[in-house]
Design a protein around this ligand. Sequence first.
Ligand SMILES: Nc1nc2c(ncn2[C@@H]2O[C@H](COP(=O)(O)OP(=O)(O)OP(=O)(O)O)[C@@H](O)[C@H]2O)c(=O)[nH]1
Ligand SMILES: [Mg+2]
Length: 210
Amino acid sequence: MPKPHVYMISSKKVDLKIVILGAAGTGKTSLLHRYVHKKFYNDYRTTLGAHVMSKNLEVDNTTLRLQIWDMGGQDRFQPMVTSFYKGSDACILTFDVTDAESFESLDYWRKNFLDNLRIPIEGFPIVLLGNKIDLEDRQVSKEKALSWCKERDASYFEVSAKNDVNVDQAFEKLAADAFQRYLESVQSFMTDSFKLTPAEDEPTKKSQCC
Ligand SMILES: Nc1nc2c(ncn2[C@@H]2O[C@H](COP(=O)(O)OP(=O)(O)OP(=O)(O)O)[C@@H](O)[C@H]2O)c(=O)[nH]1
Ligand SMILES: [Mg+2]
């Protein structure tokens, strides 16, 4: 298990880095605004590069300090945003349920993220958000999205940033998964350290030989 990228600030505070990725216009910034500021804007202003928003969340008497990195989905920003993946504890992928192309591009985003993260992907928390379910002209079914997630060990939420559907639940599930992974990696790190530290009454090789 890799060394955790999250840092225990005190016994009750944990910092977690989350990135949100997906095709341009799928609603990444809107979902973040909805979650962090409880607001929605109809106008579209593409994210230039990357932007970070913070939010605290209480889980099991611990304050999770979420730093959520909103990555611009336009092609021109790709070389830049991939450099921000390092140290992530969890990833949100988004598509627009009324835009089949945004769904088709998910494998590109997932691979791009995991290739640049360079840590084992097993158990890495990933949540897929099918956004804009308030719209009528749907092109991607829930079943199709669920099947994509099943094959890639991701969780799925149908959401609407506009109507505030399932947004808090999705972020909370991802944060809880990332925290759980953090606890497991700390435990594994401590166990390894304990194994490496000889007990006080256990003779070391040096004292045995001379
Ligand atoms: N109807 C509807 N529109 C939405 C929803 N979420 C976002 N939008 C609209 O979709 C457009 C794009 O939203 P953004 O949040 O800027 O998309 P983005 O993924 O951040 O785009 P980039 O920054 O270019 O990668 C905006 O006009 C939003 O108002 C939603 O749930 N329902
Ligand atoms: Mg944006």
